[in-house]
Design a binder for this molecule. Structure first.
Ligand code: NDP
Length: 279
């Protein structure tokens, strides 16, 4: 797409008013001197199948897809990137030069990049990984860690059948363990990831004893409201390095912006501060 024409993109979900994506993308549009806008696209589930095919006709270069459409949007694409297909969910549509629609999922990229931003020498194969939760965020985290070479991923979820289903689907190196073993499953790990909603604003704290966790282990939480969850605070107090969920949110936006506007945008301290001010 030419960067000389007005560039239109947005976030499609239901609801979308809470999304920080307009702030992120409009910040970049301004920073890189582009002509365009990133807008809210509130679309009810019953209207998804008419809204998505209308994107190209309305002049959109694409849009992000958020809850509750991340799975249902897949069947409305002309083409789906291999990564999004494996994740069974998508978060980005790119309108191709011929007007066809291609679906992508950048959540895993965002997660891995957030770890590398915090710790440039981070390696997925540094030791066992424990992932708590087996919802949408867990799928992206687990798959991207496995792709990066994690050798052992211990997956624990309150509803055990969901952890087992993910382990069955992804195969080695993912191993489902009972939720009751979450405290002991921290022994020897190089990375602990919380992908449950526990610790999020308005939710109870995650019930987890950190005693068995090695002090060098990296502790990451995909939650970004609040920025520092009780888990991250407790981990830092005992000396563990920590990574919050803001880096994942910011980094997943980068490949989409690149596809729509032709610039791979940077995450500057100024952008982080602008988002943090809203959290
Ligand atoms: P899902 O609803 O798909 O999954 C929620 C997970 O939390 C499930 O594993 C669920 O377990 C678990 N859970 C809920 N309540 C409890 C409880 N009381 N005790 C233990 N576990 C519980 O949500 P998502 O995966 O989409 O999102 C999870 C979190 O990740 C949210 O806070 C979201 O904001 C954040 N997120 C951050 C992103 C980022 O860019 N930083 C991107 C995507 C999500 P069960 O299966 O038993 O219900």
């Amino acid at each position: 797409m030419s960067s000389h024409t007005f560039g239109l993109a947005g976030i499609m979900g239901w609801p979308v008013a809470h999304s920080r994506s307009p702030l992120i993308h409009n910040h970049w549009i301004q920073k890189y001197g582009l002509t365009g806008a990133y807008v809210q696209l509130p679309v009810a589930p019953s209207k998804l199948d008419i809204a998505i095919p209308g994107l190209a006709a309305l002049g959109f270069r694409g849009c992000n897809i958020t809850l509750p459409h991340k799975v249902d949007a897949l069947q409305l694409m002309d083409e789906v990137d291999a990564n999004a297909r494996r994740m069974g969910a998508m978060n980005t549509i790119v309108v191709q030069p011929d007007g066809s629609l291609k679906g992508f999922n950048n959540d895993g990229f965002g997660y891995i990049q957030s770890l590398l931003d915090a710790k440039p020498d981070w390696r997925a194969d540094a030791g066992p990984v424990t992932v708590l939760g087996a919802g949408g965020a867990a799928r992206a985290v687990v798959l991207s860690l496995a792709d990066r070479g994690a050798k052992e991923i211990r997956l624990l979820n309150r509803s055990p059948e969901k952890a087992q289903a993910l382990a069955d689907e992804f195969g080695a190196p993912v191993k489902a363990l009972p939720w009751s073993e979450r405290h002991a499953a921290l022994a020897d790990v190089a990375l602990l990831v919380n992908t449950t909603s526990q610790g999020m604003h308005g939710q109870p704290d995650l019930d987890l004893k950190l005693d068995a966790l090695p002090r060098h282990a990296l502790v990451s939480d995909v939650i970004y409201v609040p920025l520092e969850t009780p888990l991250l605070i407790a981990a830092r107090q005992r000396g563990n390095p920590t990574v919050n969920g803001l880096g994942m949110l910011l980094n997943q936006a980068r490949p989409a912006f690149h596809a729509w506007f032709g610039v791979m945008p940077e995450i500057t301290p100024e952008l982080r501060q602008a988002i943090e001010a809203t959290l």
